[in-house]
Write a protein that binds this ligand. Structure first.
Ligand SMILES: [Zn+2]
Length: 506
């Protein structure tokens, strides 16, 4: 039966909820960072609003948020039999209101009997689309046994009767921890190391099952996370008994109550006046910037309220879960904010190694990318994404396979794009404070990243890392302050990136 799975492409889509793009660093996520040196990393952007459900579903469907209409984690729609939506809602009237939604796991299975999808807790995957759910399916639960979940995914990939060739995997951290303690807390640091250990374990299991060479793995997050310490309570400013708020701070859909329906303009004008002084904004549906592709659906409600970044906004103190905290974390703000920027990293035979895609691209581009890798008929799968925008990520040999007219066929053009700046050196600060800098070659032919065998490093060595180079080649300060990384023989990653060598030899 193993030959069955060998005949079709294998792809894993792995999402870490709320993983900021700058968590990908040598000290915070050593396995993921080491893997990134042999992967494509990209400057992906989330969609508005930068909330969990809208973005996970845009990644899965390639649709703008107002096309799939999952506009927030909590919603209201008076036209539906079940008018309120919360994260546990699976009703098709919410997820597939027009009977035309085809998420990637469905698209894969529609291609034929040798196509089998799996979904490990991925948002939206319990609902049937086109009359089917993933063959292998685990609904969301709050038990965070990542190793067990990875074992289950490996079991699905190697299932004797129905081996999966596409699996989406959802981790509810670091989001869960960062909401409570803030994105730069020691608790988040710990949670990142747990996730990173899971990555090491996943790659180890793929290797052991002889799947590593042929499996493409895309690591993403739905949005970043900002540190928040200020809040706005609307009941101190306006009579909140006139409306209900649906959504989650910092973005709320305001629905007028029946007895206030004729007061829309009055309430709007009052909120507009209050907004200036109180760190929020109010929009009528037609005022929401078109660039967000957010306003087409009536699920927006009568008005949309959004607090400024750094502020949370609630109807009153009783619904503010952060009330006992001085610092916490949240997301939902504009995708152009660096704090909201998510993770994108892809590895496997389809992707270039040691490559950075610098130009920002929206997460809806992942759908055509995944369709391409899975060899699905993209033209029959309506979506808002563009493979052309990110086709430079594909390995050269993959480019020759491209026959779709949406992708430029000028291979020289693509090769020249491939010569974007690749960082060959690093800037690091040693324990003693000595700073060293090696060459930063830009616009040069990509030189292979040099990894160093961890066995050659002294066991027990501790490295203090204050700075690291991100994939765009910019010096980044560790957001958690100086971080000690212990190198030892049991470290699950076998190779270390060049930056570590600089630390060791200077
Ligand atoms: Zn999320």
């Amino acid at each position: 039966m193993a030959s069955l799975v060998a005949q079709v492409p294998i792809l894993l889509l792995i999402s870490f909820d709320g993983f900021r793009h700058d968590y990908l660093s040598p000290a915070l996520t050593p396995n993921l960072y080491a893997l990134s040196q042999r992967s494509t990393v990209g400057n992906m952007r989330s969609l508005y609003v930068t909330k969990t459900y809208p973005n996970h579903f845009s990644i899965a469907t390639g649709l703008y948020v107002d096309e799939h209409e999952i506009i927030n984690n909590k919603m209201y729609d008076p036209t539906l039999a079940q008018p309120t939506f919360k994260p546990s809602t699976t009703a098709r009237e919410w997820w597939d209101p027009h009977n035309r939604t085809v998420p990637i796991w469905t698209a894969n299975q529609l291609l034929g009997d040798d196509r089998v999808s799996g979904s490990m807790m991925y948002p939206g995957s319990v609902t049937p689309y086109q009359g089917m759910v993933p063959v292998h399916l685990k609904p969301f639960d709050t038990v965070r046994n990542w190793t067990l979940n990875i074992d289950t995914v490996i079991q699905w990939l190697t299932d004797e009767l129905m081996p999966a060739n596409f699996v989406s995997v959802y981790f509810d951290n670091p989001d869960h921890t960062a909401h409570i303690f803030g994105p730069f807390s020691s608790q988040v640091h710990e949670s990142l190391l747990e996730l990173d250990h899971a990555v090491g374990y996943l790659m180890h299991r793929l290797q052991a099952e002889h799947l590593a060479q042929r499996t493409n793995v895309i690591f993403v997050s739905d949005h970043g996370m900002a540190q928040v310490s200020k809040r706005v309570y609307l009941d101190k400013l306006i009579d909140t008994s006139l409306f209900e708020l649906y959504g989650a701070s910092p973005v709320w859909s305001l629905w007028l109550k029946p007895n206030a329906m004729n007061m829309k303009i009055i309430i709007y004008k009052k909120l507009k006046r209050l907004a200036r002084q109180n760190h929020f904004q109010v929009y009528k549906r037609n005022e929401i910037p078109q660039i967000y592709h957010y306003s087409k659906t009536p699920r927006i409600g009568h008005l949309l309220l959004v607090s400024d970044e750094g502020y949370d906004i609630y109807a009153n103190a009783s619904v503010d879960w952060t009330i006992d905290s001085t610092v916490w974390g949240n997301h939902g703000w504009s995708p152009t904010s660096e704090d909201m920027r998510p993770l994108f990293m892809a590895t496997g035979p389809a992707f270039r190694a040691g490559y950075y895609h610098e130009h920002p691209f929206p997460n809806i581009d992942l759908f055509p990318l995944m369709c391409y890798i899975l060899e699905l008929p993209l033209r029959k799968l309506p979506n808002n994404g563009s493979l052309e925008r990110i086709s430079d990520m594909l390995a050269t040999e993959e480019l020759y396979r491209l026959t779709d007219s949406v992708v430029a066929t000028d291979n020289n053009h693509h090769n020249s794009i491939g010569l974007v700046p690749v960082i060959l050196g690093g800037i690091v600060l040693l324990i003693g404070g000595a700073m060293c800098m090696t060459c930063v070659a830009s616009c040069a032919r990509a030189k292979p990243k040099i990894d160093y065998d961890i066995d050659s490093l002294a066991p027990g060595l501790n490295i203090d890392l204050e700075f690291y180079l991100d994939h765009a080649g910019n010096k980044q300060q560790q957001r958690f302050g100086k971080t000690t990384l212990a190198i030892n023989q049991s470290t699950s990653h076998k190779r270390v990136p060049e930056e570590f060598r600089l630390l060791l030899h200077n």
